[in-house]
Design a protein around this ligand. Sequence first.
Ligand SMILES: [Fe+2]
Length: 227
Amino acid sequence: MKINWPQEFDTNLARIETLSDNYPWHDANAYAWWLAQTYYLVRHTTRFIALTAARVPFEQNWLHYKLMEHCREESGHDALALNDIQRMGFSVDQLAPLPETTALYRAQYYALEYGLPVSHFGYSFCFEGYACRRAGQIRKAVEAAHGKGTATFLAVHAVVDQDHFAEAFQVLDKLSPAEGAEIRENLILSCYLYEAMMKRLIAEKIGPVATARPLSRSVEPIQATLL
Ligand SMILES: [Fe+2]
C-alpha cells in the first residue's frame, strides 16, 4: 500500500510538536539541557549521512551524490549547539546525554548496519520536519528570553531544513515500497524516542529541579567550521 507521507509526518511529528509548543524555552536550565541533547545527537549526523551515502548502490547515484552534498552542509552544526550552550553560561560536561538520547543515535547505527541503505531517512526526516515547522518560532522565544547569540543552532536550522524537508518528499517519491516501509518504521521509532526524551527533560531538567547551574557567561565561543 502506498504510504501517505504528508499524513505520516503530521501524525508522528504531532507528538513532538505538542511537547515542544509547551516546553519552557525561557527557562535557562530547560533550554541548556535541550541544547546538550541536540549536541549529542547532531555530532553523529555527518557520520550517519556518510555511512548512508557509502551504502547507496550505483543504480541510485543521484542519491549518493545528493547525500555527499548534504554531508558537507551539516558540517559544523555540532559546534553551533556547543556555542549556544556556552553563551547560555553552561558547559556541556554538566549536561549528560539522557538514556533516550543515547537510544536515538544507537538505533541509527543498527539501521545503518542491518537496514536498507535508506532506512536512516526515517530519523533525518523526523528532525528536518521538526526543525522546518518549529525552529523559527523556538528561536524567537529563546532570543526573547536569553538574548541574541543564544540560538545560532536554531537560526541555521530554521532556514536550511526548509529546503532539506522539501527535498525529502522528492526523495520519498522515488523509492520502492520496501524502502518506504523501513523509513516509516524508523520515523515512528525516532519520534517516539524524541517524545520520551522531551518528557524526561520536562520532568527532570527545568528550573530548580535541574542539577546543572550556569557558569560565567563570558566564555569565548568555539569557532564553528561551516563549509
Ligand atoms: Fe544540521
